[in-house]
Structures are given as structure tokens and as C-alpha cells.
Design a protein around this ligand. Structure first.
Ligand code: PMV
Length: 340
């Protein structure tokens, strides 16, 4: 099974002076296996054409300055009040610091500006996307083209802080781009598509704490061992079926598997009445399949449509029902960086 490997960074060397750099990374959706991937099952994830972008420039003085322009709509902090900006900037700062340490450039003074168009806490990979874009940009600004494997490893520094026990599927999707099958600890297989699935993302507007949801499922899996063994076996079948139907372009099968995956996620208690409602509405409006994506508890649903025309109709219906639809497509490039 191919591992997370890519060009090695051995040929690059840290420079004495940092240079201006820009990087971008996509967001992601999970087609199957969220939550169960933390427990060892495979997941299938797709990078999407919503991006975060990072500019790094040398600055006077010392240390790191990080700014972020991120969509905070719907987002509440730990207390239920608007989030403290420091709370949001901390993981970004951690990603930049870990990269400076890794590249032997800890004394470099850098200004890191993050722009993110991916809704936060909606299951669309905003934190993984900003993290991998920062790592890639900071490394390149110090003259190092970091390998994808290394970006993946460093990505755990802020992701562990944010999510407690992340599987790594989010950062893998944002790093590699395209459609991947992922399993812990770092197995990534590209899924070659016969044709692009016509997918729609719809945001409930109710946003979640991934850490709490993931922790709850891990606890439950310890108490309900027998049930979880069955769920894990089912998810293994679902994820390999999803990968097969994508390779064969079998949308009927893909839709059925997405529906089955949603039922399992409901069973383990991570759905939400609004997610279930949007899933039902989408199916009645002609979807081949629909499910929640990501940690659940709010966030987004994804909907598979037989055609673009039907997708557009479903989007209108979902909007009337209070959802915010995004017509997304697949990103194929993953994280990219270049001199600014
Ligand atoms: O943070 P989210 O909502 O994109 O969810 C990540 C996917 C989970 O499987 C729930 C957690 C993980 O680390 O795999």
C-alpha cells in the first residue's frame, strides 16, 4: 500500500534569510468512514475547491506574528459566546512554530497571514487546510520544499491540540488533493475516478466541536465493544465499496453506500435533527445518496446527484429548508507553495 511519500526534502537546505512565500491548500469532505477511521477503519475523502491561502514574509524584529481572516459565521467559542481570537490563532501559531523548529530556523522573524474561505467547524477541513498551508509556506520561506510525509507528521501538532485524537484523514486529504482512501496511521491510496461524482455540500449552520464529538464516540466504543465491532466491519465494507463504485463510476451503488453510512453515524449518535432533515429532503428531491460529513453534531451534509440539473434543483430545495448549499468540485492539486 503506498504510504505518504513524495519528493524528499533532502536536496533542500535552510536559508539564512527567509523569503516571501505563498501557499494554498484545499478543504475536504469525507464520503465514508468518519469517526470509525479514528478507531482503525478506512475512510474515503475528497479535497474540494474551497481554499485557505497563506502569505509568509520576513519581518523586522523577532518572533512570529500570525493573523487570520477566517469565516466565523455561526461559530461560538467554548462558553457559547463569540470565540476569543487568541483561541483561534493558537493552532495556527503552533503550526508555524513547529515548522520553524523542524527546519532549524527558529530564530527567523516572520509575518504569517492566513486567509480561509472554508467555513469553520463545519466538517470541511478548515483547520487541516490552514495547518498544511502554513507548514508548506513557512518551510518554503526558509528554503525547504517539505515532503508531503513530513507535512502530514507536523500537521498533528495543531490537529492534536484541536481535535484530541485525530486520525489524520483531514490533513491527508488537504495535502494530497483528489480522492483518497485513508487508514491510520498514514496509509493513503489515491482513488482513480471513472468520472467525477456530482456532489453538493449543504451547511446546516449549526457548528460543532470535533474534539467533543470524537471523544464521545471513542468512549462509546469502549462501552459498546460488540456493537462497535459490527459497525467497524460494516464501515470497512462501505469504504471499500465507495472506492470501488468511484473507480467504476457506479453512482447508484455509491449513493446507497452513502445512505448506509449515514445510518451508522446516526446509530452512534453524531447526527443532528437538522442533518437528518436535510438528508431526507435531498433524497426526496432526487439525490442518489446523502449523508452527514465530518464529525457531525451539525456541520454539513453531502449529497450525490445523478446530474448537474438535479443537483441545482436539490440545492434550491435545501436552501428553502434553511441550509446553505455549496456546489463544490474536486481539487486535484492538494497543498501547493511558491515564492511570492
Ligand atoms: O473535524 P471534522 O468535522 O472535519 O471531522 C474529522 C473526521 C473525524 O473522523 C470525525 C475525526 C478524525 O480525526 O478522523
Amino acid at each position: 500500500m503506498p504510504q505518504l511519500h513524495s519528493r524528499s526534502e533532502e536536496s533542500s537546505h535552510p536559508t539564512s534569510e527567509p523569503s516571501p512565500t505563498i501557499a494554498r491548500a484545499p478543504g475536504k469532505i469525507i464520503l465514508s468512514g468518519e469517526h470509525f477511521v479514528v478507531l482503525g477503519a478506512p475512510a474515503v475523502a475528497m479535497a474540494i475547491n474551497l481554499y485557505s491561502q497563506v502569505h509568509v514574509v520576513p519581518k523586522n524584529g523577532s518572533g512570529l506574528s500570525v493573523t487570520a481572516d477566517i469565516p466565523l459565521r455561526f461559530l461560538a467559542g467554548k462558553s457559547g459566546n463569540p470565540p476569543d481570537p487568541g483561541e483561534l490563532l493558537l493552532p495556527l501559531q503552533m503550526a508555524a512554530e513547529a515548522t520553524l523548529k523542524q527546519t532549524g530556523s527558529i530564530d527567523h522573524a516572520l509575518q504569517v497571514d492566513v486567509e480561509c474561505e472554508i467555513p469553520v467547524a463545519a466538517g470541511l477541513g478548515s483547520s487541516a487546510s490552514t495547518t498544511v498551508a502554513i507548514i508548506s509556506a513557512v518551510a518554503r520561506s526558509n528554503g525547504i520544499e517539505m515532503s508531503k510525509k513530513k507535512i502530514f507528521q507536523l500537521g498533528f501538532v495543531p490537529e492534536n491540540f484541536l481535535h484530541g485524537k485525530p486520525s489524520g484523514v483531514d490533513q491527508a486529504a488537504c495535502i494530497y488533493g483528489g480522492m483518497i482512501q485513508f487508514s491510520r496511521p498514514s496509509n493513503v491510496k489515491t482513488v482513480r475516478l471513472k468520472k467525477d461524482p456530482v456532489l453538493l455540500v449543504c451547511d446546516t449552520g449549526i457548528h460543532h466541536m470535533t474534539r467533543t464529538l470524537v471523544g464521545g464516540v471513542v468512549q462509546k466504543s469502549k462501552k459498546e465493544k460488540k456493537d462497535f465491532q459490527n459497525y467497524l466491519a460494516k464501515v470497512r465494507e462501505i469504504s471499500s465499496g465507495v472506492a470501488r463504485s468511484l473507480r467504476e463510476g457506479d453512482d447508484e451503488d455509491l449513493g446507497t453506500l452513502m445512505n448506509q453510512n449515514h445510518e451508522l453515524l446516526r446509530k452512534i449518535g453524531v447526527s443532528h435533527p437538522k442533518l437528518d432533515h436535510l438528508v431526507e429532503v435531498a433524497r426526496r428531491a432526487g439525490a442518489l445518496g446523502a449523508k452527514l460529513t465530518g464529525a457531525g453534531g451539525g456541520g454539513c451534509v453531502i449529497v450525490l446527484s445523478p446530474s448537474r440539473g438535479v443537483r441545482d434543483r436539490i440545492a434550491r430545495v435545501l436552501r428553502r429548508e434553511g441550509g446553505t448549499p455549496y456546489k463544490i468540485s474536486m481539487d486535484t492539486g492538494g497543498v501547493e507553495s511558491r515564492p511570492a
